[in-house]
Design a protein around this ligand. Structure first.
Ligand code: LLP
Length: 425
């Protein structure tokens, strides 16, 4: 049987995923059905080995082409101490967008000297936490950041200036960040004024520029355009080019490899910005997306005007579909049978809580396990408690050993923030 004949396309799953002789899905050497016995559903399953090799591939791709490179894992894409810890162990720095991410990154063992803090609305708390931790750079996004850092710092803080390089990246509108009307960064025409303002502040030490043009970008030319746009500005010694490399979500997608991305980006950097700069990139999605899957159990199958297969999760653990219309290719696993066209829906009280529509699954029935590949990025981080759902656990698998990285939320967790308000006398 070729991959095409299988009810699931293994090339969307973590590298090394296989089916055992009984046809059961195996991730990181662990039989997914066994993981479910132990940890329940829904669950996020991470292939730790694949995650580590992806991080190493990223670091190698950049440092081999440009020695003074630092790959910063964009922690927002999977802010768990275990994931960030693995990234740090494999040689990555971390990009954090708030005090909370910084604290999780530190808990994961990441070194603040290899962290960058950014954010378009950083509070005093965010800035103070980063300054006290002595992060490598704070990214200034607005003039209020300048005032705040000047007020909070007691010695000069190395900063980068986030600029909006005027690139309309072709991706979902909500993921475009590099255009002039973006809420992120300083638009081109104001940059020299803000640079001058930063240089008047003794507590800010301006080292370079930061840009991030958007997310899920599949066309490498857009990154080259970003570099060319930055080259039109004053030259600096440090450039952080953000993240944004897109990934394959469905079998018909094509995405550049990390090596292709590094090739084109570093060549553009050498051409436009020179060989002796400090270069940073901030991959999130392309680091983690393929290395995580979500496993659900089918709760009910309703065949009316449409065939609805409802699972025990949904928009509480995956907002990609309802927010961005992201297509996924789920599979009923460990089963053979006729294919049935259905809509896979979640358990939340909203019609938009759909995982995929008009999709062929192997004869779905109550109790079956449904796996959704490529859910390693932005699903855990945007999971929520809609309908008081408990957020799922994160299970790391490596060489056949499963370890809990984040436990499932309990009802006690949910209740722990609640206080009763008494009726007035
Ligand atoms: N650097 C900065 C400054 C960013 O804003 C982002 C993502 C990244 C790096 C990482 O980008 P990546 O390599 O992951 O594309 N919530 C959306 C994604 C929003 C991305 C926000 N910024 C989602 O669920 O798809």
């Amino acid at each position: 049987m070729s991959t095409q004949d299988l009810p699931l396309d293994l090339s969307l799953y973590p590298e090394g995923t296989s089916l055992d002789p009984d046809g059961r899905l195996v991730v990181g050497g662990c039989v997914v059905a066994d993981l479910v016995e132990q940890f329940g559903t829904p669950a996020y399953i991470i292939d730790e080995g694949a995650l580590r090799s992806r991080a190493r591939a990223y670091v190698d791709a950049f440092t081999s082409r440009h020695a003074s490179s630092l790959v910063l894992f964009a922690s927002k894409s999977f802010p768990s101490a275990a994931v960030i810890g693995v990234m740090a162990q494999e040689g990555c720095g971390v990009d954090v967008a708030a005090a909370g991410e910084l604290m999780i990154a530190r808990a994961g063992g990441a070194d603040p000297a290899r962290m960058v803090l950014h954010g378009n609305a950083k509070t005093d708390l965010d800035l103070q936490t980063a300054i006290d931790a002595k992060v490598r750079y704070v990214v200034v996004d607005n003039l209020d950041d300048v005032d705040r850092i000047a007020r909070l710092a007691s010695s000069p803080v190395p900063v980068l200036l986030r600029v909006s390089p005027g690139i309309d990246a072709s991706t979902h509108d909500a993921m475009m960040t590099g255009h002039d009307a973006s809420k992120f960064g300083i638009p081109s025409r104001q940059i020299s004024e803000v640079v001058a303002r930063i240089r008047r502040e003794p507590m800010l030490d301006l080292r370079g520029l930061h840009a991030h043009i958007g997310s899920q970008i599949l066309d490498l030319e857009q990154f080259e355009a970003e570099v060319a746009a930055l080259a039109k500005l004053e030259h600096f010694e440090v450039y952080d080019l953000g993240g944004g490399l897109g990934v394959r979500y469905v079998h018909t997608d094509n995405a550049p490899t990390v090596e292709e991305y590094a090739d084109r980006l570093v060549a553009a950097v050498h051409r436009h910005l020179g060989n002796d700069i400090e270069l940073m990139v901030e991959p999130g999605r392309s680091m983690v997306a393929r290395n995580g899957i979500t496993v659900y159990r089918v709760v009910t199958v309703k065949s009316g005007a449409r065939m609805h297969v409802a699972v025990d999760g949904g928009m509480g653990d995956n907002l990609e579909v309802s927010l961005y219309g992201q297509p996924f290719e789920p599979s009923v696993i460990d089963k053979q049978g006729p294919m049935v066209t259905c809509d896979v829906v979640g358990r939340h009280c909203e019609s938009g809580d759909t995982l995929v529509k008009d999709f062929d699954l192997v004869d779905p029935a109550v109790g079956d396990l449904l796996a959704v590949p490529v859910t390693g990025a932005y699903c855990f981080t945007m999971s929520n408690n809609y309908n008081a759902a408990r957020r799922p656990p994160v299970v790391f698998c490596r060489d056949g050993v499963a370890r809990l990285a984040v436990r499932r939320e309990t009802f006690e967790d949910l209740m722990s923030r609640e206080q009763l308000i008494e009726r007035p006398a």
